[in-house]
Design a protein around this ligand. Structure first.
Ligand code: S3P
Length: 170
């Protein structure tokens, strides 16, 4: 079983992945952390600052490829994973891609650390990016969960139901 969570920055992918991982007793990984490891840099900011977004996206593709054949894992992706469709192809290989959706205002309320989110430093440009990507998440996900009025536990319960339905059909 390989479950990837996609969705905009701040929607709650990491928080939900952690709880889901505890409930299902399977490990989870953060794509951003794997990207940082691969880059030999200390942070996402440092990669963006010294090498630019393009280099970051290339590392993101490499990490998606590394995860292609993983199983028994929950993957929390970065919000920009939908910018290159090849990432989705790798992540969907023997796996399920689920979108955590939320409206922009919810995201602004939830977002924690904007300091290491180079693409969320300016709220206006983050909003444009959100509008641009919205349809991509929906198009690529096998399933989408609207998280606006749900607690983390409710999202996780919903996810487990979705995963069980998927497993019973596959
Ligand atoms: C990005 C989202 C970030 C991180 C990088 C780029 C994006 O991940 O990968 O800053 O393009 O939306 P989170 O979604 O975990 O913040």
């Amino acid at each position: 079983m390989k479950i990837t969570l996609i969705g905009f920055m701040g929607v709650g992918k990491s928080t939900v992945a952690k709880v889901l991982s505890q409930k299902l007793q399977i490990p989870y990984v953060e794509m951003d952390e794997l990207i940082i490891k691969k880059s030999n840099k200390k942070s996402i900011n440092e990669i963006f600052k010294h090498h630019g977004e393009l280099e970051f996206r290339e590392l993101e593709i490499e990490v998606s490829k590394d995860l292609k054949n993983s199983s028994n894992i929950i993957i929390s992706s970065g919000g920009g994973v939908v910018m290159n469709k090849i990432n989705i192809d790798y992540l969907k290989h023997n796996g399920l891609v689920i979108q955590l959706d939320g409206n922009f205002e919810t995201i602004v309320k939830r977002i924690g650390n904007v300091e290491d989110r180079p693409l969320f430093k300016n709220k206006q440009s983050a909003k444009s990016l959100y509008n641009f990507r919205k349809s991509l998440y929906a198009r690529y996900a096998d399933h989408s969960i609207s998280t606006d009025n749900l607690t983390v536990d409710e999202v996780v319960t919903h996810l487990i139901k979705t995963i069980n339905e998927y497993l019973s059909k596959n």
